[in-house]
Design a protein around this ligand. Structure first.
Ligand code: PHE
Length: 458
């Protein structure tokens, strides 16, 4: 095990910038480009967005700081970092359960995340083939439905995505990955702007803008609060140890606060631009904003299908999104991977293949949720895909975040936390205490209890 306080046995990011890049790679993914637009559409727009942004600032920001700090102080997998910090602070070793929940949660998330990433991968080829040149909304949307109804197609693309993820994870976090994040992130952004300009040119921008930013609380149901909060955790990759595991490889002496600022701002801006682009197209083409998980797969092919060289740019768009999904998928495996390497002292390759296999088996239920098993909804009418999606985002991530806030806010020595986070002035300490001891945990608990009571009791 790593004896050296300042290094992790799994390696280190070569600089603070590379840590930020990797964390941005983890945060920016399907959550921003696929999920954020469709849940905003499903939950009525403006009011939902406002609650989401409040959650990002008041909960996401402090919890992310706390979580990265735990990793950097522990320098091991989340489970062992928590164990080590709890022992050093004379606290119960049960705090490592947060790490266990996150490790299991990460595998569950990856099992359905890779299914959607498989759809994205298929769409790279579909767009390049020119299939959607000059078609209309109905054709594009039935093409998507037909694809989902074909179990073996979905299964194939899911398997391909999982195999590539396992391959890279097994080889370790290398320079190639870092370089690719550096290139792909800006390019995704450029193509999102292309989409947005298309939406503006088609005349849908203003309506899209109003849909996203006009706050009308009558459109927000109580359940929307939990969705917004759960998504704030999901999109920032917090509450399950992914960012804690990455924090363990962050060099000492780099500012954690400024890293968190950059990650949160980039993640939020990507989601907002994706949302604006997609809703502009939705309103320009008279589509419904509330069409669920298919939203991206209808709007994007439709827009690029109309543009000159659209098949090439559209194919590239899905290629970059697949890449963003891939850099997030990798981080989902890291807590489990690091733990098993520490525990059994076996190679990353063996552990990566084992975890990959377990995730792949678990994911088969989600693959078939759209076809063979679409009628199999034993719990609350949810398919297996919905079940995994909801239990992770409604339970695992918020409760993990709550436990992290309580641990850092109340159970670790204050001096250690303040020096790790470079919180020196007394006003900064007051703000930090207010956020991590009161505002974040109380709001998580309130939203959680309110919606759970409404959802499950009534
Ligand atoms: N943040 C990623 C996204 O937005 C998903 C993710 C969740 C990654 C939790 C790691 C941990 O797509």
């Amino acid at each position: 095990m790593a004896e050296n306080q300042n290094r992790s046995q799994h390696g280190m990011w070569s600089s603070g910038t590379l840590f930020v890049l990797a964390a941005v790679g983890s945060a920016v993914g399907l959550g921003n480009i696929w999920k954020f637009p469709y849940i905003t559409g499903d939950n009525g727009g403006g009011a939902f967005l406002l609650v989401y942004l409040i959650c990002i600032c008041l909960i996401g920001f402090p919890v992310m700081m706390a979580e990265i700090m735990l990793g950097r102080e522990g320098r091991m997998s989340p489970i062992n970092s928590l164990l080590k910090l709890a022992r050093e602070s004379n606290r119960s070793s049960k705090w490592s359960w947060i790490g266990w929940a996150g490790t299991v949660g990460g595998i569950i998330i990856l099992s359905f995340y890779a299914v959607v990433a498989g759809w994205i991968t298929y769409y790279i080829f579909r767009l390049f083939s020119g299939e959607f040149v000059n078609t209309d909304a109905e054709v594009v949307s039935s093409a998507f439905d037909l694809f989902l109804k074909d179990p073996w197609q979905v299964f194939l693309w899911f398997t391909i995505f999982m195999a590539v993820t396992v391959f890279v994870v097994a080889r370790g976090v290398n320079k190639g990955l870092e370089l690719a994040i550096r290139i792909c992130m800006p390019l995704i952004f450029v193509l999102l702007i292309v989409l947005l300009v298309y939406g503006v040119a088609q005349g849908g921008f203003w309506e899209g803008f109003k849909f996203m930013f006009q706050v009308d609380f009558s459109k927000l149901k109580l359940n929307g609060l939990l969705v917004a909060m759960g998504h704030a955790f999901f999109t920032l990759s917090i509450g399950m140890g992914a960012i804690m595991a990455y924090g363990a490889y962050m060099p000492q002496g780099e500012s954690l606060k400024s890293a968190v600022w950059i990650i949160v701002v980039v993640d939020t801006v990507v989601a907002l631009v994706a949302g604006l682009a997609i809703f502009s197209i939705v309103f320009a083409d008279g589509l419904s904003p509330a069409q669920g998980p298919g939203l991206l797969f209808v709007t994007v092919p439709l827009a690029f299908g109309d543009l000159p060289l659209g098949s090439i740019f559209g194919g590239l768009f899905f290629l970059f999104v697949a890449f963003a999904a891939f850099t997030s998928a990798i981080s989902l495996t890291e807590p489990a991977l690091a733990y098993f390497v520490e525990k059994y002292n076996v190679s990353r390759v063996v552990v990566a293949i084992t975890i990959g296999f377990i995730t792949w088996v678990l994911g088969i239920g989600s693959v078939f949720s759209f076809n063979l098993l679409s009628g199999f909804t034993p719990v609350f009418g949810w398919t297996i895909f919905d079940f995994f999606d909801k239990i992770t985002q409604w339970f695992f991530l918020p409760l993990g975040g709550l436990a992290i806030a309580i641990l850092v806010g109340y159970f670790l020595p204050k001096d250690r936390v303040w020096s790790a986070l470079e919180i020196n002035s007394s006003w900064a300490q007051i703000i930090w205490k207010a956020l991590i001891c009161v505002i974040a945990p109380v709001s998580i608990a309130v939203v959680f209890v309110l919606t759970i009571v409404q959802h499950f009791v009534s």
